[in-house]
Design a protein around this ligand. Structure first.
Ligand code: PHE
Length: 373
């Protein structure tokens, strides 16, 4: 018999014990929100593009999200034991192929193609992650990079100054309210020095972008050893949430005209919420068997597994999941509070109950959990 395969974007890929792509993720591949002309993510993309004009910067907006482990990690110098490579964090099609976790997956190839000194790459990226108002397992990034000849730009200190100048004003563009932003020193395997730009939003510091001076191994491996450059990767949802006042990241995926109908290509406008529907909190506490085997492999249950189970059952009806510690028990049990809420209507309690029942069923049947009543 022929080995099992999965079909993505019209192509067949062999699957193996690394495969972990649920249907709610594969169905997102075709959405391409950053290319829908009057979608806030596309408006945000074009706004940033206008600050990095062609032909100095070449735009790439339709690169396939299916990349090799080499492109996503190895080509950027990620060490072999980097946590980002784990199946708990990354969607694998098979052991050699992933859904890109960042647009940096295309840096090496784009530098090597040598068609321009600068580029902007906008694309959907995929990460197993928490469920809350600013995290979604699919989001959009824009990668920007610019190369110079060494003698053109002087020392790398010069490049560092340019990147910070260039980027600092970018997320503020078009925003009228004063915005609190701060630079934080960061670490990425492929840039040095590196920084993150954060913005204060709904009571928390939110990461907007990562950036830095590209490590010399990249241009060297790309066959342009005499070049030096900088790169950034900005989260388009995060910028769009600020620009348009969108309070919940799930809204970008809405097909509701009350959302989509509010925006027009080329215009930044404030989102007007269509009334706030009530939340519905459900708690669940359970024990796992000691040799719990998540999806076949002998790996411990990861918080992201819980996120994925709920996301699979409830889709965008899950707003938030919190892990909490149950007060009086010696045995380690896992407790989660799930907030079910529709952005489009009032969810009935019996609907939330049946979602919660379905989550329980998966925990019991697939993970051998013992649910505490
Ligand atoms: N790819 C990094 C991330 O997703 C961001 C980044 C891009 C950092 C380019 C430095 C340079 O977190």
């Amino acid at each position: 018999p022929s080995p099992p395969t999965t079909q993505l974007e019209g192509k067949h890929y062999p699957i193996d014990e690394w495969t972990n792509i649920p249907s709610h993720i594969s169905s997102a591949l075709s959405r391409k929100l950053h290319l829908q002309p009057s979608h806030p993510l596309s408006i945000t993309r074009r706004l940033i593009e206008s600050r990095f004009p062609s032909p100095t910067y070449q735009y790439h907006n339709d690169l396939s999200p299916i990349v090799s482990v080499h492109q996503n990690f190895d080509s950027l110098g990620f060490p072999i034991d980097h946590p980002g490579r784990c199946r708990t964090d990354t969607y694998y099609i098979n052991k050699d192929t992933v859904l890109r976790t960042h647009t940096s997956a295309h840096q090496a190839d784009t530098f090597r193609s040598g068609t321009s000194d600068g580029f902007l790459i906008s694309a959907d990226v995929y990460r197993r992650d928490a469920i809350d108002r600013s995290h979604y397992p699919v989001f959009h990034q824009m990668e920007g990079a610019r190369m110079w000849s060494r003698n053109e730009c002087g020392a790398s200190g010069g490049v560092a100054a340019v990147i910070r100048e260039e980027i600092e004003s970018m997320p503020k563009h078009g925003i009228n309210e004063p915005l609190r932003v701060r630079w934080v020193e960061a670490y990425f395997p492929f840039t040095s020095p590196s920084w993150e730009l954060e913005v204060y939003w709904q009571g928390d510091w939110l990461e907007l972008l990562g950036c830095g001076v590209v490590k010399q191994s990249l241009p060297k491996n790309a066959g342009i050893p005499d070049k030096i450059g900088w790169a950034f990767g900005v989260g388009l949802e995060r910028v769009a949430m600020l620009l348009f006042g969108v309070p919940d990241i799930r809204l970008f995926w809405s097909l509701d005209e009350r959302f989509l109908g509010q925006f027009k290509g080329g215009e930044v406008s404030r989102f007007v919420p269509f009334s706030k529907f009530p939340p519905c909190y459900k708690d669940i506490a359970f024990w796992l068997p000691n040799s719990s085997s998540a999806a076949g492999g002998q790996v411990p249950f990861h918080e992201n597994d819980m996120m994925e189970i709920v996301r699979n059952v409830a889709g965008d009806l899950a707003e938030d999941i919190d892990e909490f510690t149950h007060p009086k028990t010696g045995r380690k049990s896992l407790c989660f509070r799930i907030n079910y809420r529709s952005l489009e209507r009032t969810l009935r309690n019996d609907e939330a109950n049946s979602l919660q029942q379905a989550v329980k069923r998966v925990l019991v049947e697939e993970f051998g959990a013992e649910v505490r009543e």
